[in-house]
Ligand binder design. Structure first.
Ligand SMILES: *Cc1c(COP(=O)(O)O)cnc(C)c1O
Length: 399
């Protein structure tokens, strides 16, 4: 367990420390090359019968076969471990590959999971569908109500407690200190919206931090990748299951993510700065009834976000006055913002969660998730903030 009372290294906490580490982290397999090397091989030659045996049986040992580990993927993992302040990290073929592998590695039939209700829709569907089918019971709680996670824990039966912060799509914030103080079951935070530079859940005593690296970490809409980080013993246990589950990360995606990590600090700084400006400007737009962004003083969890986050992230959500028809009109008039699902990339993307990311939820579940017919999620990219404000304003003026 990471000691939550240990004094953090001030240099490690400063944005400059992150920027420097992001440039240098995860270089072991690249030799003297400055660009990360792609190890495409699926298999490695052994020196002898004994050597082959050793490679086959060691947990995360020397190169053996690609599903067990790959040097390019390992470099990506060590970069994430470095940025998260973790002993170890483990990559997967996608964010969902990471979540499914963690749940199935740690939970058996008859076990119990406590999860925040306001989750990424894929995570929610996995917990409601396959988990229920396999006899893993899940209790959903309001992740923002103080004490809600703890009250739902059944001592001896609850194996895993899952939180997501900031949450999708309403950007609510879970108190990482309170979450990390939970004793007994393993705790996991989906930190995708924050990126490893936005917050470090492990410093608060959380056992596992998880990212869809498909989003801000890779950051260019060209890699599908997931990653978890935590103590080496726990990561090794999940690895042992993961080798059988088979959601192994591709070295090509790992290399794209390593490239993304080098510019992560400047990208998140710019995106979060633009998101703050856009949120502040849109607050007074008459076509909107609400703007959700943790960087706004009016956000219900603004103080908590200020305490536990280094930046407020690249995503904001708004509610237009009216409903789906007004959303459609806004989408038809946007020139710069693109209608696509994902976040953390260079292009600014808009989506309508009710009909896309959260389309699989029934109306009550949508309300519980903070999703409404009039909501638009905006993932702020790297265009100039002034151009984005002009584009959003002219489209909203038509609604
Ligand atoms: C996208 C996303 C996931 C799933 O990741 P994939 O890489 O698409 O499998 C999980 N959690 C959050 C918060 C996400 O945004």
């Amino acid at each position: 367990m990471t000691d939550p009372t240990s004094v953090p290294d001030p240099a490690a906490d400063s944005p400059d420390g992150f920027a420097t580490r992001a440039i240098r982290a995860g270089r072991a397999a690249s030799g003297r090359a400055l660009a990360p090397a792609i190890w495409a091989s699926t298999t490695w030659e052994s020196e002898s019968l004994e050597d082959a045996h050793l490679r086959a049986i060691s947990a995360r040992g020397p190169e053996f076969y690609s599903r067990y580990g790959n040097p390019s993927v390992r470099d990506f993992e060590s970069a994430i471990a470095d940025l998260e302040g973790a002993e170890a990290a483990l990559a997967f073929a996608s964010g969902m590959g990471a979540i499914a592998s963690v749940v199935l590695a740690l939970c058996s039939a008859g076990d119990h999971i406590v999860a925040q209700r306001q989750l990424y829709a894929g995570t929610l569907s996995f917990l409601q569908g396959p988990c229920a089918r396999l006899g893993i019971e899940v209790t959903f709680v309001d992740g923002f109500a103080p004490g809600a996670f703890g009250e739902a824990i059944r001592p001896g039966r609850t194996m895993l407690v899952i939180a997501e912060t900031p949450s999708n799509p309403r950007l609510d914030i879970v108190d990482l200190g309170a979450f990390g103080a939970i004793n007994g079951p393993f705790t996991m935070v989906d930190s995708t919206f924050a990126t490893p530079l936005g917050q470090q859940p492990l410093r608060h005593g959380v056992d596992l931090v998880m990212h869809s690296a498909t989003k801000g970490i890779a950051g260019h809409n060209d890699a599908t990748l997931g990653v978890i980080a935590g103590e080496a013993e726990l990561i090794n246990e999940i690895w042992s299951y993961g080798v059988l589950h088979g959601a192994a990360a591709s070295p090509y995606d790992a290399v794209n993510a390593l490239r993304g990590i080098k510019t992560l600090a400047v990208r998140v700084a710019q995106q979060s700065h633009s998101a703050t400006e856009i949120a502040a400007t849109l607050c007074s737009h008459p076509a909107l009834s609400a703007v959700y962004y943790p960087g706004l003083a009016s956000h219900p969890h603004h103080d908590l976000a200020t305490r536990q986050m280094n930046h407020f992230g690249s995503v904001l959500s708004v509610e237009v006055r009216g409903g789906r028809d007004q959303v459609r009109t806004v989408f038809e008039h946007l020139r710069l913002c693109r209608l696509a699902t994902s976040l953390g990339g260079p292009e600014t993307l808009v989506c309508h969660p009710a009909t896309t990311t959260h389309a699989g939820l029934n109306p009550e579940e949508q309300v519980a998730n903070g999703v409404s017919e009039s909501m638009i999620r905006i993932s702020v990219g790297l265009e100039s903030a002034a151009d984005l404000i002009a584009d959003l304003t002219q489209a909203l003026n038509r609604s």
